[in-house]
Design a binder for this molecule. Structure first.
Ligand SMILES: [Zn+2]
Length: 677
């Protein structure tokens, strides 16, 4: 594994975190303990309010293994990208230079800002501040922002996502007036210079920022701007109301060789665009009030799953929608954009299944496509990934570097954009519940589970919750609730759809059994030190995929057979490198399983999570299952052939194989053929 020597600073940081966690909540990660933090900003009339509301950024802070993961990210490429990649370096157009002046600077900021502020890392904050200060001090007299070399609306949509986060973390008084001037300019300009290509297909991301500002200023022109973006933007709801893209999208279909790459057919089937689009219906429902719009997020996911779904929670996109074969890939940008879509759509809709999907992406697809030290990433990851090398199969339109681990394999968008994944997830673990019109019913919502602390303002009172857990590796979650004084409010706990027979106890006393696939609502007067213990069932489960293959899951983790890996450096790339990974063991196994009696077929073994949460050598959960090789199932040009239809017979010897978390296996089989019984 590359870069294993960069551990000293990390280990020191980990020990600090362990020390801080050991004495929770007395030595909180938060400095000011008793003062109520800023209240959440709710939806303002005439918006049709969200079911839940985002807490102000900084309210939720990562702890335990999740904090370690963010520290690894800060010690890796995210904390150093500007030092080693010219596209976001000192000559960036977003610093006034003559270098890259389009999406890459804003993409980097969109993840660097939450990473820096969640870790309270002065060095990273200073890095982000240089770009922010340049943007804030270089607004044109007409209101335009960003480098003058391009007037494309799209990179500014990303810059707005970064600026709104920065404002929430810092309260910098320059931000809201700047965004307000920009939006007034854009409202006047859009009729003459409408949204085009990427901006047209990603308008909903700007609508989020427009609504963000409307909820803070109440200026009615912002609703006009939201409607104009909707009117000029691509109609995603219509695409999914009558979904036509049911097959692998070919280069011929989208006329790539005839210059069709930025035409509607290409952009409407483009993976990242669809990942961003998943939140469109939920966001637009705030304006339209339409129940159909609000439900469109779940419906879009259902269509993508049906025709392009993969066991890591993704849909295939390499880089257009490419069917259900688990040898097809998914782009890293799509992973982090899909996660952001789910975080926003979950708050608006209150649909707990979106939290299930968010965890599936965060705990499988995201770490599965980055090296453990987060110095290298792939462009495309495959659930059945038997080799990472220069090859052309199975990508429809992407280049031969697409599944290398490196600095900028295939194309540098993911290099700039992946940083938002973990920090935004960490900041979204808890939400506020309640009415838009008053704070009488305000409460807190555990939307996704990971070790963290939250400090929130409930009716003017400070409430602190410490969440201690090794979820997703373990099924036990302990919350210590600390209001500044006894306080009545509801606590909503997401019970995943897979969590039949979950239990909840408060101060050791069992609550009624919660229903899987719902939010369990506990309303009581909370006293300082009250303890909530949630136990999720962690029996292995089987799910069905392409050609009736199976994937094995346990909690939110998907498990894979970890193929032996040989990491071969292709070339140095400044502070990092590009790597090929070759298999050193067989991988063509079919498993022996009775899906109705998995407990008899799958053995579970556990060990303590290590310093690197998803590292293969310290995988905290391992499963073993019986299997036989299928000599006819082979790879060609670095990609496994489509797996054979199950059930299938094999006369090879029976073996016991070990499955580890998907993200721990960089070469892996995740969807298995099933042996005939
Ligand atoms: Zn990308």
């Amino acid at each position: 594994m590359p870069h294993s020597s960069r551990t000293t600073r990390r280990r020191f940081l980990q020990q600090s975190v362990v020390a801080a966690l050991g004495s929770l909540p007395a030595r909180s990660l938060f400095a000011a303990e008793n003062r109520a933090p800023a209240p959440a900003v709710k939806d303002r009339v005439p918006l049709h309010p969200s079911r839940f509301f985002a807490l102000p950024l900084g309210s939720v802070r990562p702890a335990g293994w999740l904090r370690r993961q963010l520290e690894i990210q800060a010690s890796g490429l995210s904390g150093h990208l500007d030092e080693t990649w010219a596209d976001v370096g000192p000559n960036s157009g977003w610093l006034g230079g003559t270098g890259e002046s389009w999406e890459r600077g804003p993409y980097f900021l969109d993840g660097l800002i939450p990473l820096a502020y969640l870790l309270d890392d002065a060095h990273l904050k200073a890095k982000a501040q240089k770009y922010i200060d340049w943007i804030l001090t270089h607004q044109a007299p007409n209101g335009m922002i960003g480098p003058t070399s391009s007037d494309d609306w799209w990179p500014r949509i990303v810059a707005l996502k970064a600026l709104t986060q920065y404002q929430e973390f810092t309260g910098d008084p320059r931000v809201i007036p700047l965004i307000d001037r920009y939006f007034r300019y854009q409202l006047a300009e859009l009729p003459k210079r409408p949204l085009r290509d990427w901006g047209k297909f990603r308008w909903q991301d700007e609508a989020l920022s427009v609504i963000w500002l409307y909820n803070r200023t109440g200026s009615s022109y912002l609703l006009d701007l939201a409607r104009l973006l909707h009117q000029q933007g691509y109609d995603w709801m219509d695409q999914y109301a009558n979904f036509q893209f049911k097959q692998k999208i070919t280069a011929e279909f989208i006329k790539l060789n005839e210059g069709g790459g930025l035409k509607d057919l290409a952009l409407s089937t483009h993976g990242v665009n669809n990942g961003q689009a998943i939140k469109t219906g939920a966001i637009w429902s705030l304006v339209s009030g339409s129940d159909t719009d609000r439900k469109a997020t779940a419906q879009m996911i259902a269509e993508l799953d049906r025709y392009h779904g993969l066991p890591n929670g993704m849909f295939s996109c390499d880089e257009h929608l490419s069917g259900r074969d688990p040898s097809q890939g998914s782009e890293l940008c799509t992973v982090v954009e899909y996660m952001f879509s789910l975080e926003r759509a979950l708050a608006i809709t209150g649909d707990p299944t979106l939290g299930d999907r968010l965890e599936r992406l965060a705990y499988n697809a995201l770490p599965g496509t980055l090296t453990d030290d987060m110095w290298a990433h792939q462009y495309n990851q495959e659930p059945n990934q038997v080799e990472c090398s220069l090859h052309h199969k199975p990508w429809v339109s992407d280049g031969p570097e697409s599944n290398l681990f490196g600095l900028e394999p295939n194309f540098g968008c993911c290099t700039a954009n992946f940083h938002q994944g973990w920090p935004k997830f960490a900041g979204s673990l808890f939400l506020l519940s309640g009415d838009s019109s008053s704070d009488q019913h305000d409460g807190l919502v555990a939307a996704a589970y990971a070790p963290c602390e939250v400090r929130a303002n409930i009716r003017g009172n400070a409430v602190h919750i410490a969440e201690e857990t090794d979820y997703p590796f373990r099924g036990s979650v302990k919350l210590t609730v600390n209001p500044s004084a006894p306080l009545a409010f509801p606590l909503h706990l997401r019970i995943p759809a897979w969590a039949n027979r979950a239990t909840i106890a408060i101060n050791g006393k069992a609550e009624p059994q919660p229903q899987a696939g719902s939010f369990a609502r506990i309303e009581r007067t909370w006293n300082p030190g009250d303890r909530v213990e949630i136990t999720f069932p962690m029996q292995p489960r089987a799910s069905r995929w392409f050609n009736d293959s199976v994937a094995i899951e346990r909690g939110p983790l998907v498990f894979s057979y970890g193929i032996g890996e040989s990491w071969v450096k292709l070339r140095d790339r400044g502070m990092t490198a590009d790597w090929q990974v070759y298999p050193t063991s067989a991988w063509n196994y079919a498993v022996k399983l009775d899906p109705d009696n998995l407990a008899a077929d799958i053995k579970v073994s556990k060990s303590e999570p290590g310093d690197t949460p998803f590292a293969r050598k310290t995988a905290p959960v391992q499963l073993s299952v019986k299997a036989r090789k299928l000599p006819t199932w082979r790879a060609e040009d670095g990609a496994a052939d489509a797996l054979p239809q199950s059930p299938i017979a094999s006369t090879e010897a029976e073996e016991e194989i070990t499955l580890i978390p998907y993200a721990s296996a960089k070469l892996r089989i995740t969807a298995f053929p099933v042996l005939k019984s």
